[in-house]
Design a protein around this ligand. Structure first.
Ligand code: NAP
Length: 322
């Protein structure tokens, strides 16, 4: 099968298109023919092994997996003899932030890992674009007690996490101020945001409005520069550790000191996120934001674009084009 291989960490230049052996599913695994995958910010971090701490998961001196990729949408081609939940021919989507080796034509995954069936009304592209960013967005809101009518500002709403988070918050009846790059998108139309703000024209920290929460999904703000916008009892969340990892320290101390809390959401329960989003896709209550599409052979260009930090939502790799 065709696969994108890298045996060392580095820039997208280390990626090579190769012919490798097709994997064989074990008793409790499924074999999936990959139709679509993405290049996301998690893939970029794994490719370069940055931050360094990632190496304790992905391999200390070189990648443990020589094929990268964290998500997929495809069709089951074979199942192990003990598999109960899936059958040959099922359309499935999956994600694992530690790596799934999905940048290729076939992969195997345990049936009880992060894999669910794709709703009938959902394309492979929409399915795969509803994995990585959605998982982090779900893990932002499932740690909070949200009430309909609350006002929340989402910074980075044109990103993968932000574009998912805006829609999940709207589904909960939240009033959402969405901050992003509005050059090519109307976030009110695309995501249902109540107010949209172009970060290149307006500094949201200068707004004269109080929010129940400021959620920074691109890690470009800080608690200290945003806290005057947050009501007493309100919350600040960032998807990044922050300079000197201060968001970890704030999340430990702010629950005991002061009236505004910082939460650092550690993501968990991938299967739970996928089951949750499958239901929203089925009900037509979620539509992922998709930016560019690339064929598998051009994946290095996709990495370069995602590394630029300028993607909007998700970048799709179409593995099966016929
Ligand atoms: N904590 C975790 O477990 C975890 C997991 C995955 C990712 N992350 C981190 O989460 C962050 C977001 O990931 P993502 O995939 O959602 O990002 P992304 O899709 O790469 O976000 C890019 C979008 O954010 C916009 N943007 C850039 N600077 C901005 C600013 N100062 N204010 C508002 N919008 C801005 C960009 O606009 P332009 O086109 O103008 O640049 C672009 O539309 C990344 O930093 C990533 O490393 C964290």
């Amino acid at each position: 099968m065709k696969a994108i291989v890298n045996t060392i960490y580095g820039s997208p230049d280390v990626l090579e298109l190769k012919e490798v052996a097709k994997p064989v599913p074990k008793e409790d695994e499924i074999l999936v023919r990959v139709h679509a995958t993405t290049v996301n910010r998690t893939d970029c971090a794994i490719l370069r092994a940055k931050p360094f701490i990632m190496r304790f998961v992905t391999g200390l001196t070189k990648p443990k997996n020589s094929i990268q990729g964290t998500d997929f949408a495809g069709i089951i081609e074979a199942v192990g003899k003990d598999v109960k939940a899936f059958k040959v021919g099922d359309r499935v989507m999956g994600f694992n932030d530690e790596g799934l080796s999905s940048h290729c034509e076939y992969l195997t995954i345990l049936e009880n890992e992060g894999v669910v069936s794709i709703p009938e009304n959902t394309s492979f592209e929409d399915a795969v674009a509803s994995c990585e960013g959605v998982h982090y967005a779900v893990n932002t809101i499932n740690k909070l007690k949200l009430k309909s009518g609350q006002k929340i500002l989402v910074n980075g709403a044109t990103g993968a996490i932000g574009s998912a988070l805006v829609q999940l918050l709207k589904n909960r009846g939240i009033i959402v101020f969405a901050v992003g790059n509005l050059e090519n998108i109307d976030l009110k139309k695309a995501l249902g945001a109540d107010i949209d703000i172009d970060y290149r024209k307006e500094d949201f920290t200068k707004l004269d409005i109080e929010f129940d929460g400021v959620f920074d999904t691109v890690g470009k703000s800080s608690f200290t520069k945003s806290k005057h916008l947050i009501k007493d009892g309100g919350i600040y969340i960032s998807s990044e550790l922050g300079w000197m990892a201060q968001n970890i320290f704030y999340s430990i101390f702010t629950p005991f000191l002061g009236t505004k809390k910082v939460i650092f959401p550690i993501p968990s329960d991938i299967k739970g996120s996928l089951v949750f989003i499958r239901e929203l896709l089925e009900q037509g209550k979620f539509k992922p934001l998709i930016d560019r599409r690339y064929p598998l052979e051009k994946i290095a260009d996709a990495y370069r674009y995602v590394e630029s930090g300028e993607k909007m939502g998700n970048v799709i790799i179409n593995v099966m084009t016929k």
